[in-house]
Design a binder for this molecule. Structure first.
Ligand code: CA
Length: 237
C-alpha cells in the first residue's frame, strides 16, 4: 500500500494560538472551509511544539495567554520562523501595546472584539501570492542586490532574512529608487487594495528594513528616506 497522498500538506498552514475555546473553535470553523490547514494551540507550550514540528505560513496570536506573555511568545515565534506572517489578536487597544507587538515581530494586529470578515480579509492579504512584475528580475542599487523571482536579497555577500511584506516593500522602493513612492501606493501594492487597517504597519516595516539593510560604511548601502505624511524614497548616498 502506498501512503495516502498528503494533499493537505500543500494547503497554507495557519497556527491559531488562542486559549478561549469559543473563539478558537469559531475561527477554526471559519478558516478551514477557506482552504487553510489549521492547528489550534490553546497555550504557548502547544504553540512552541507546533512550530517546532512545522513552520506555519501564518500565526494568529492571542496576546492574553495563560502560560506566557504574548509579546514574549511573539518574539520567540518571530525568531524561530523569520518568514512567517504573524497577526496579533489583542484586547489591549492602547496604541503603545500595539506598537510593542509590531516591534516584537508581528506583521499586523486586530483588536478584539473583531469582525470575522475583517480578520479573514487580513489573513487573505497576508497569505496571498505577491504580485510580481514579470519584467522585474534582478535589481541592483549600490551594494543591494535583489533576485525578485527567487524572493532573495543581499547586501554585498550577506543575504537578508526578510519577511514576505518586507521583501515586497524592498522591491517596490528599489525598483524606483530615487523617486518618492506615496504611502497610499505602498499600502495598495504591498498590502492590499482593500486594506483598511492602520498604516502604522508600514512604518514598522520600514524601521525593520532599515535595521536589516544596516549601515555598512565599507559598502554603498541604500537608505530609506521618509518624507513625512507623503511617503518613502530609496536613496544611494
Ligand atoms: Ca486569551
Amino acid at each position: 500500500m502506498f501512503p495516502a497522498p498528503t494533499l493537505d500538506r500543500m494547503l497554507p498552514f495557519v497556527l491559531l494560538v488562542e486559549d478561549d475555546p469559543v473563539i478558537g473553535r469559531s475561527l477554526e470553523q471559519a478558516l478551514t472551509p477557506q482552504g487553510y490547514r489549521v492547528t489550534v494551540a490553546p497555550h504557548a507550550a502547544a504553540a512552541r511544539a507546533s512550530v517546532h514540528n512545522d513552520a506555519p505560513d501564518l500565526v494568529l496570536l492571542d496576546l492574553g495567554l495563560p502560560d506566557a506573555d504574548g509579546i514574549d511568545l511573539c518574539r520567540e515565534l518571530r525568531a524561530a520562523c523569520p518568514t512567517t506572517s504573524i497577526i496579533v489578536l489583542t484586547a489591549r487597544q492602547e496604541e503603545a501595546d500595539i506598537v510593542v507587538g509590531l516591534d516584537a515581530g508581528a506583521d499586523d494586529y486586530v483588536t478584539k472584539p473583531f469582525r470575522l470578515a475583517e480578520l479573514m480579509a487580513r489573513v487573505r492579504a497576508h497569505l496571498r501570492q505577491p504580485k510580481v512584475d514579470p519584467d522585474l528580475d534582478q535589481i541592483e542599487v549600490g551594494a543591494l542586490r535583489i533576485d525578485v523571482p527567487a524572493r532573495r536579497a543581499w547586501i554585498g555577500a550577506d543575504e537578508l532574512a526578510l519577511r514576505p511584506r518586507e521583501h515586497d516593500l524592498l522591491v517596490l522602493l528599489a525598483s524606483e529608487h530615487g523617486r518618492v513612492i506615496t504611502r497610499e501606493r505602498i499600502m495598495e501594492e504591498v498590502w492590499d487594495e482593500n486594506w483598511y487597517g492602520s498604516t502604522k504597519t508600514l512604518d514598522v516595516h520600514v524601521s525593520s528594513l532599515r535595521r536589516k539593510l544596516g549601515g555598512d560604511t565599507q559598502l554603498r548601502v541604500p537608505r530609506i528616506v521618509a518624507l513625512p505624511r507623503v511617503g518613502y524614497r530609496m536613496d544611494l548616498s
